[in-house]
Design a protein around this ligand. Structure first.
Ligand code: ASC
Length: 582
């Protein structure tokens, strides 16, 4: 008998011991963290739908917009097979808030991390959801998101772990604005001379439902185009049981609008922002910007004999858009029964103060604080402006408007196709001494570039977003900036021009919240810090569809040499064609 073989009696004894161990473990029922695979098969199509009673072509996922909610647990692997059946349009899907650690090629950002998915093709995304929280997915190809290609991702804690707050029920609600013109018509207008602005949205949607008043349309619309009795556009209604606590995961994927959300007669306690626990605070109106997600706790403690309005209102722009309406339905009232009141009006659109105050109020929750590094290795100041470039209206940072090249950066950098984009680094700041952020500039002209910022792997980077006047007098807009591949600490917000000597002294280094999307308020600044610790190439851009389309973004590269072998599925466009072996 060799020394490696066990005698029969010994092996039986071992088996008995093993069985006993398993039995003991099952008795004490320690949860064994088991990461699962969540497999989704999606087909994207253009279909006629009437989300706000007006019939138009929208992009559906398996027949629906918003698409299905991805439900997963921390550390699960999500696999989404996307079949592009859009007939004549490319696509790509971004997993908003998922950092794609180790899989930068599945970030879904066309032109940055992948080639577009061609009509008729199926693309398989595969990534790990490594943190619990509320996230989103949406198209990241041109301005396609606003055609309706979006949905929620909800990542639960592993079995046996619990949140630092209690609730009875959990709901996801996506807020949106809605335009009747097609995405394509809008994009063509924005690229035209003279400039054709998209204007204000025709309606606001709550979980994919809204209400455009067909009778007010001028010229009048026929009933097969716009019909307010169409059941497809009956308002979203969410049924609640009196005396309970609801966790509402409120997120915004508006194309343009900043929103205020409220539930008539109910306070909301903010407990999560972009997947991070917030030191709880109470609001009546929740201000929310495109790309942000929040969890709020709502107690159903009001008169249970009636329903209540849930409303959204546009803030920060002087919009003509009517409020978004939904019904907060107290069981057992009928879910479609209109509340007996007129919907509450929203805050003043141009009152920056409460919005600024909410931003400042969001801090990391005690016991869940990840303090930032005390200092940074590099400070990049990004001046946000509207410019004219060769007769086109564009948005720029430091007077440079981003043009995304046809060869995605990730592939170009990894495969040494460096001639596909400019190697002249973009500016680290703007003419601080001479640039006045308050008036319209005498010379608003800017330039375009496809250059990117290359960051030292594992370095700490500060970003100062500096807002300014647009090309219209006395006008500065709110821009929600979204960073791919990372979360950042929000070190501070300020009014006016950022002072590089004194303002950093006021940074919150104690309990800053981490987020992936943050507003820069009109004529203000926002200071962020992040660690460039995720090898890949990552977009950082204004989440307003038309602004990013018009160049309002930058791209960061870090640790490209640490990126693993790229899957060939992301290739096939621009100079990557020759990389595909027959
Ligand atoms: O990019 C934009 O253009 C318009 C306006 O500035 C020009 O009509 C607007 O409100 C934007 O946000």
């Amino acid at each position: 008998m060799s020394g490696y073989q066990l005698s029969e009696s010994k092996s039986i004894a071992m088996m008995k011991l093993l069985a006993l161990c398993f039995f003991a473990i099952s008795l004490i029922s320690i949860p064994i963290a088991e990461a699962r695979i969540r497999h989704y098969k999606w087909e994207l199509k253009y279909e006629y739908k009437s989300p706000d009673c007006y019939k138009k072509l929208v992009i559906t996922i398996n027949g629906r917009t918003p698409g299905p909610t991805i439900l997963a647990q921390q550390n699960d692997t999500v696999i989404v097979e996307v079949k592009n059946s859009l007939l004549t349009e490319n696509t790509a899907i971004h997993w908003h808030g998922i950092r794609q650690i180790g899989t930068p090629w599945f970030d879904g950002t066309e032109g940055v991390t992948q080639c577009p998915i061609l009509p008729g093709d199926t693309f398989v995304y595969k990534f790990v959801v490594d943190r619990p929280g509320t996230y989103l997915y949406h198209a990241h190809y041109g301005m396609q998101r606003e055609s309706g290609l979006y949905g929620s991702i909800r990542v639960a804690l592993p079995d046996g772990e619990s949140e630092p707050f209690a609730y009875d029920y959990d709901r996801s609600i996506i807020l949106n604005d809605w335009f009747h013109k097609s995405t394509y018509e809008q994009a063509a207008g924005l690229s035209s001379i003279p400039f054709q602005w998209v204007g204000e949205p025709q309606s606001l949607l709550i979980q994919g439902k809204g209400r455009f008043d067909c009778s007010a349309a001028n010229p009048p619309m026929k009933a097969d185009v716009c019909n307010n009795t169409n059941p497809e556009c009956s308002l979203y209604s969410t049924t609640v049981v009196p005396g309970k606590t609801y966790r509402l995961r409120i997120s915004s994927l508006t194309a343009l609008s900043a929103l205020s959300f409220q539930i008539e007669g109910h306070n909301m306690t903010v407990v999560e922002a972009d997947g991070h626990y917030v030191e709880p605070f109470v609001v009546k109106n929740l201000f929310i910007y495109s790309g942000e997600t929040y969890s709020v706790l709502v107690k159903t403690d009001q008169d249970p004999s009636r329903n209540y309005w849930a409303t959204t209102n546009v803030v920060s722009r002087n919009a003509t858009t009517p409020p978004g309406l939904a019904i907060f339905n107290y069981y057992p009232n009928h879910p479609r029964r209109s509340p007996p009141t007129i919907p509450p009006s929203g805050p003043m659109w141009n009152d920056i103060e409460p919005r600024f105050n909410q931003s400042v109020a969001i801090k990391a929750r005690r016991g869940h604080i990840y303090p930032p590094p005390a200092t940074s290795d590099r400070v990049i100041v990004l001046l946000n402006t509207q410019n004219r470039v060769n007769g086109n209206v564009r948005w720029s940072v430091n007077n440079v408007s981003l043009n995304i090249p046809h060869t995605p950066y990730l592939i170009a950098l990894k495969e040494n196709l460096l001639r596909t984009f400019s190697q002249t680094p973009p500016p680290e700041g703007y003419d601080f001494k001479n640039y006045d952020i308050f008036p319209v500039q005498n010379n608003t002209n800017g330039t375009t570039s496809d250059a990117i910022y290359r960051l030292q792997l594992n370095s700490t980077v500060d970003i100062i977003l500096q807002n300014a006047n647009t090309m219209n007098p006395n006008n500065s807009e709110t821009h929600p900036w979204h960073l791919h591949g990372h979360d950042f600490w929000i070190l501070g917000y300020g009014k006016g021009k950022f002072d590089p000597i004194n303002d950093p002294k006021k940074y919150n280094l104690v309990d800053p919240i981490m987020k992936n999307t943050v507003p820069v308020h009109p004529f203000g600044w926002t200071a962020l810090r992040f660690k460039a610790d995720n090898p890949g190439v990552w977009a950082f851009h204004c989440h307003i569809e038309s602004h990013f389309f018009l160049g309002m973004g930058v791209v960061f590269e870090e640790g490209i040499e640490r990126v693993g072998k790229l899957p060939s599925s992301i290739m096939g466009c621009g100079q990557t064609k020759h990389l595909l072996k027959p």
